[in-house]
Structure formats: structure tokens, C-alpha cells
Design a protein around this ligand. Structure first.
Ligand code: PBG
Length: 327
């Protein structure tokens, strides 16, 4: 055989395969999403997300400790309030659940990097991501409340805020209020490219945040669209976003690549609740190998171009990296 080019040469051993790997990643790019809830002594498993829990603040330190041990030092907080109302007032209350969680976490774990999700849907009685005018989410009025929410998170000690509501102009509104209050150095990670996705289903069970009527299609993006992702990302860059997020991850690898190639900011990708639930369900039935699927999903998301990965599997991925199976 006269064959000089043999790609298999570089696949001969694990040592060689590792040497020529094109995708490298490490634990510093992992962010773990975490649900905090009013009450005491609560660590309740989320039925649609086996292995994920809602924590009351007194139980939160145990989970933060497990994360720290695993080498995951970044978390994103989601709050589950006791009381919801039309305008989501617990979202920006000084003693709101996220604000309290941040204070407690900062006190006990000063080295953890604390990010907060900024949105209204967990806090409004109707479950929409903003204030309503009739059946419509009122963009500009919502901006004021989102800005107040972001400010209250930062005042409580949040290191970074991440607006996920998909209102137009919210990055500018948040940047403005933070600057005005002398938080010029607090970064904004924008859920810039967020699709209206059925993959959020389990999260809405977890947070009790499903809309009581209609859907989120008048503010989240239509998943048929690719160019619109760039439009949204560029807008948020102009408004002062520091990191651009794409969400979900698994079905949107093309979008992650496109955003990576077009935008000169760090890119984040969020592997959402439905992705987690599918893996868990498939593994429970014995149809797939959970660990290998988790690794493959993580690597493919980095290969698509993400710099930062938000995932409920953060601890498992950290372990796979420690064992040298991925990374
Ligand atoms: C809040 C928010 C949602 C998620 C992150 N922030 C729910 C939604 O938009 O309905 C989803 C996260 C997940 O599914 O894991 N707006």
C-alpha cells in the first residue's frame, strides 16, 4: 500500500491521543446553578431533576462545601420565594431569598465566586419574566425592576449578575444603575441568546416558575433563528455586557460556534434542566452510560467554542477532569 497519510497513527495510544487533543478545558470554567428556598432545614430533591436539590439557607453551606471540595468555585443562584405577587417584589427585596443566600455564602465561603440570575419569573404570581399590561409583558417598566433586582444582589455581595429575562435594553439599564451606585467593576453576564425552549421544563417545576397563561415566545427567541442570535449578542455587547451566554447548549452548538466566531467577548453556554433530565432518565433506564454522556456533552460544548459552561453536572464533570478522562 502506498499510503503516506494515516490519521490512525495519532490514535494509537492514550498518550498520543491526549497530546493531540484539540479541545482543552478545566474546572475554572464551570459554573453550578443552585436553587435556594425560604424555610429551614430544607434539602429537597427536585422530582424532575433527580440529584438536584432546593436548599434552605441553613443547608446551603453543606452544598457549597461539596462544590468547593470538587473544585467548583462558581455558583449561580436562583431564588424560590415564599410569596409571589404581580410585580415580583421579592426579587428586589433587601431580605429576599437570593439576597440572604448571597450574604450567608459570602460570609462562610469568601473564595467562592457568586453569580445571580436576574429575572422576575420566579417571583411573579403569573410566572412571566416581567410586569404585565393586560396579557403583555411590559418591556420598559420591567427594566426598572430588573435594574433594582440586580443592584440589590450586588449590594448583598454578588460578584456578578446574569439577566435572563430577555427584555430589550436590560443590560444597559443594569449597567447604568450599577455604575450610578459605584459598582463600576461588577461584570454582567448576559443571557443574550436565549431561546424559547421546551428544555426549560424541569427548571420551571424546580422553581415553580411556569407561566400561568401563554408562553414566553414574545420575549425569548424563536429557535428557527440563527442570524437573530448575532443581532441579540451584538446589542448586548453595545449595552456593556461582559460575557455573552447562549442557552440552551446541547441543541444549539451551531449558535455557540457562530457567536464565538463573531463576538470578541467570553462566551458562556448553559446546559439547561431538560438536558440534565434527559441524561438522568436515560441512565436510569439503563439506555445510556451516564458518565460518558456527561463528558461528551461537556466536551462538545467547549469544542463548539464556549469558554464557560453552566451545568448541573459541574461536580461530575470536575471528577471526570480529575480522573483525566476529559479535559
Ligand atoms: C429564568 C430562567 C430560566 C432558566 C434560567 N433562568 C427559566 C425560563 O426562562 O423559563 C432555565 C434554566 C434551566 O432550564 O435549567 N428566566
Amino acid at each position: 500500500m502506498d499510503m503516506t497519510i494515516r490519521p490512525r497513527r495519532l490514535r494509537k495510544s492514550e498518550t498520543l491521543r491526549k497530546m493531540v487533543r484539540e479541545t482543552r478545558m478545566d474546572k475554572s470554567s464551570l459554573i453550578y446553578p443552585l436553587f435556594v428556598k425560604e424555610g429551614e432545614n430544607i434539602e429537597e430533591e427536585i422530582p424532575s431533576m433527580e440529584g438536584q436539590y432546593r436548599y434552605s439557607i441553613d443547608r446551603l453551606p453543606y452544598e457549597l462545601e461539596r462544590l468547593q471540595k470538587a473544585g467548583v468555585d462558581k455558583v449561580m443562584f436562583f431564588g424560590i420565594p415564599d410569596v409571589k405577587d404581580e410585580v415580583g417584589s421579592q426579587a428586589y427585596a433587601e431580605d429576599g431569598i437570593v439576597q440572604k443566600a448571597i450574604r450567608e455564602a459570602k460570609k462562610q465561603f469568601p473564595d467562592m465566586y457568586l453569580i445571580t440570575d436576574v429575572c422576575m419569573c420566579e417571583y411573579t404570581s403569573h410566572g412571566h419574566c416581567g410586569v404585565l399590561c393586560g396579557h403583555d409583558v411590559e418591556n420598559d417598566k420591567t427594566l426598572e425592576l430588573l435594574a433594582k433586582t440586580a443592584l440589590s444582589h450586588v449590594q448583598a455581595g454578588a460578584d456578578m449578575v446574569a439577566p435572563s429575562d430577555m427584555m430589550d435594553g436590560r443590560v444597559a439599564a443594569i449597567r447604568h444603575i450599577l455604575d450610578e451606585n459605584n459598582y463600576k467593576d461588577t461584570p454582567i453576564m448576559s443571557y443574550a441568546v436565549k431561546y424559547a425552549s421546551a428544555f426549560y421544563g424541569p427548571f420551571r417545576d424546580a422553581a415553580g416558575s411556569a407561566p400561568s397563561f401563554g408562553d414566553r415566545k414574545s420575549y425569548q427567541m424563536d429557535f428557527h433563528n440563527r442570524r437573530e442570535a448575532i443581532k441579540e449578542a451584538l446589542l448586548d455587547v453595545e449595552e456593556g455586557a461582559d460575557i455573552i451566554m447562549v442557552k440552551p447548549a446541547l441543541s444549539y452548538l451551531d449558535i455557540i460556534r457562530e457567536v464565538r466566531d463573531t463576538i470578541d467577548l467570553p462566551v458562556a453556554a448553559y446546559s439547561v434542566s431538560g438536558e440534565y433530565a434527559m441524561v438522568k432518565a436515560g441512565a436510569k433506564l439503563g439506555y445510556i452510560d451516564e458518565e460518558r454522556i456527561i463528558g461528551e456533552m461537556a466536551v462538545s460544548t467547549f469544542r463548539a467554542g464556549t469558554d464557560i459552561y453552566l451545568t448541573y453536572f459541574a461536580k461530575e464533570i470536575a471528577k471526570l477532569m480529575d480522573e483525566g478522562r476529559i479535559g
